[in-house]
Structures are given as structure tokens and as C-alpha cells.
Design a protein around this ligand. Sequence first.
Ligand code: ADP
Ligand code: MG
Length: 280
Amino acid sequence: MEGTRDTHGIVFESVCFTYDSADGGIEAVAGVDLAVAPGEMTAVVGRNGSGKSTLALLANGLLHPSEGAVRVDGMYTTEQEHTWDIRSRVGIVFQNPDNQIVGTIVEEDVAFGPENLGVSRPELRFRVDSALEIVGLAGMARREPHLLSGGQKQRLAIAGVLALNPAYIVFDEPTAMLDPAGRSDVLALMERLRRDGHGIIHITHHLSDVSTADRVVVLSQGRIVHAGSPADLLGQADRLGEWGLELPPIRRMVAELGRLGVNVPADADEPTYIASSLWP
Ligand code: ADP
Ligand code: MG
């Protein structure tokens, strides 16, 4: 049927976005075509200023394209009658959880969004409890958010988004402010949400965080300059620098060993595997 493929998903069609400024404007997104389906994870990488966060804000209508269009499950983000529907279908999780937490206790914070949408009491209770369960904070419903660790705060922010029942979630560098433990908890949670059927856009700087994505797109000056599998991107070692990206530390080490004449398979990324090929 004509158009069914497009009915579900976030679809960017030749999207441009220019921020107004005194000297004529900054073109932050310059002709992006991208489609994200339910149950898929698309990673977006690129140097600072390449347009990643602008793309995130375009995905749920917080910004409107200057040219082109963004559709969410068939609805244009510029159609005012769909504004709230689109905002709850596409949740955004930002870098700094402190900026997303509004409640003085955990469960109150999670309830804030759906409460404002007029969700009924019993439904609210159900949504808050299930969101806290999913993010692993069920036992902390009565805690004060400021007493949580960074990783727990970010999971609380994710619970707040989940309570809106989003089909899609855009994560804008969600692990940038977290310690390694918090970071791996949040990455594992994102995996789970994808398995549960959410469509995920994962914006990040860290190529080590994109290995499970269905595909990775590289943004440079507001344009998609490369799209492919995570392995495909890591194979472009020569071009990564040009895009402001770095190989993950372990892959850098393997590349360095190769240059020193030590033979380790170039795609090795498991410490024990690398060790066993060095000392068989
Ligand atoms: P990224 O998230 O990849 O770092 P952004 O989308 O934040 O990139 O920024 C893309 C470009 O738009 C940059 O040149 C940035 O300076 C500019 N920009 C971002 N936000 C604003 C804003 N609110 N007003 C003006 N320019 C902005
Ligand atoms: Mg950004």
C-alpha cells in the first residue's frame, strides 16, 4: 500500500534548519534525510557543533524545519493540532539529568509529565510504577532526586520520559556526564528499551557506545556524510579524524600494536580475545 512504510517512524525529509542571528543565521542542519522505525536504534555521531542536538529538537517539534519536513507516525511536526501527540510520542533525554528533574521526590518527578497531560489517577499510578520498574528505581520511589547518583538521576529522567508512553526516544549524549558504572547502566537500559519496541536515536561522541546500533550516521556541518553499520564506521579509521571522531581506546591500541608489527586482528575489541591472540 502506498506510503505504509512511512506511516510508522520518525521521518526527516530534506530537513534544513537555520538559527536566526544578527549576521544572517547559522545553518545547523543542511538537508538531512533520515528514517527511524520502531524497535530500531540509530546512532548519530559527529563533532561539537555538527547539528546533532538541533536534529534532536527537530524530531519532536520543539524546532520546526526551515525547509523540508519531519513526520512522526505520519503527522507533520508543524501541524499544531498534533503538537502534544508528537511530544508524547517522541521523548528526549538530554545530557544533564539535573536539568530534567523537577519533582522533590522520585515518583513525583516521574508523574509530572503525564499529570500535566491530564492522565487519570489510577493510570498515573500504573505509569509511574512501571516506568520506575523498567529503569530499575522501583525501590527508590520516595527518595529525593538530589540524593541519587548521576546514573540513577539519568535513569530517573528516562523514567519521566517513559511515563509519557513514547514510541520513540531521542537520547542526546545521555552518558556524557556519567561515571563508567552509570554509563553502562544507561546503555543497557537503552538496549532494553529498543528490545521493548521503542525506536531509538542515540546521539553520542563515543564510538565505543554505538556498537549495538542498527546503523550509525555521521553528521558534519549539518549534513549526513556517512551512514552504515557500526563495524563499517570503525573500518573508516582514516576518515574519523576529519569528522571529529576517535576510535574507541581498545581499537586504537589494536591499531597501534599493528603499527608496531604485533599481529592482532584489526577488528578485535574484546580484551580477553586480544590477550589470547598476543599470548596464545
Ligand atoms: P551539536 O549538538 O552537534 O554540538 P548543535 O545542534 O548544538 O550541534 O549546533 C549546531 C550549530 O548550531 C552550531 O554551529 C551551534 O553553534 C549552532 N547553535 C546551536 N544552538 C543554537 C542557538 N540556540 N542559537 C544559535 N545558534 C545555535
Ligand atoms: Mg549537542
